[in-house]
Design a protein around this ligand. Structure first.
Ligand SMILES: C[S@@+](CC[C@H](N)C(=O)[O-])C[C@H]1O[C@@H](n2cnc3c(N)ncnc32)[C@H](O)[C@@H]1O
Length: 208
């Protein structure tokens, strides 16, 4: 399980500037790609400390911020409290084996899918939690050679994804208007000092 890994990482999560920059890019891309409105009930799957969700919350009616890591959710809860944010609710939930009776107009997720072994099952679950006409937005790493995460990161189940394949899977689940675009490139420096970019895609679709 990666829960313990993320519990330990939570306190220092927001200290990495590259995470803040990526979250801003992903939030900006979701906001410019989808017609967000202040009537929308949204869920973020794998919210972490809320870097993406808190940027989008002012454009939404409500946001249920779901994660399996209690540590990540504690950091988010502190921010909600300090910033007196009224429309974001942290929720510890594993959607793969726990029920959720709510339905949403928008579900989004950033850099979570590669930590979930059962890709098909979670996509199916997320689509099922959308109302008719609701939007799904998934941001993750483009397929890479396994060099993105260093060995200390636990729970890496996939070395990114081919968005063409994910788009086809969403189509198979009845999603319409499915498209994807590169929204960011994460620059990392290897041991030899060489810089390399890891592209991040945003995949969107509408339940039709
Ligand atoms: C790489 S972090 C990304 C956090 C946040 N989305 C961001 O962009 O800063 C992955 C997050 O997914 C969460 N996660 C991993 N597996 C999960 C699962 N099965 N259900 C919900 N959250 C999960 C982790 O606890 C962690 O907070």
């Amino acid at each position: 399980m990666s829960e313990k890994h993320f519990d330990k990482a939570a306190a220092g999560w927001d200290q990495k500037q590259r995470r803040i920059e990526m979250a801003a890019k992903i939030a900006g891309a979701i906001s410019s790609t989808l017609p967000l409105t202040q009537t929308m009930k949204a869920m973020e799957y794998g919210c972490g400390t809320g870097l993406v969700g808190l940027a989008l919350a002012p454009q939404l009616a409500s946001l249920t911020a779901v994660d399996t890591s209690a540590g990540m959710l504690e950091v988010l809860a502190r921010k909600i409290d300090e910033e007196k944010i009224a429309n974001v609710t942290p929720l510890r939930l594993d959607l793969l084996d726990q029920p959720c009776t709510d339905r949403f107009n928008l579900i989004f997720s950033a850099m979570v899918l590669h930590h979930v072994q059962e890709t098909e099952k979670i996509l199916e679950r997320l689509c099922a939690l959308l109302v008719e006409g609701g939007y799904l937005a998934v941001a993750d790493l483009w397929e890479e050679d396994g060099s993105f995460h260093d060995a200390s990161v636990e729970g890496v189940m996939h070395h990114g994804f081919d968005p063409v394949d994910l788009a086809a899977r969403l189509g198979g689940l009845g999603m319409q208007e499915v498209s994807y675009t590169e929204v960011h490139s994460i620059i990392k420096t290897n041991e030899a000092g060489a810089e390399r970019g890891y592209p991040v895609f945003l995949l969107t679709g509408r339940k039709g």
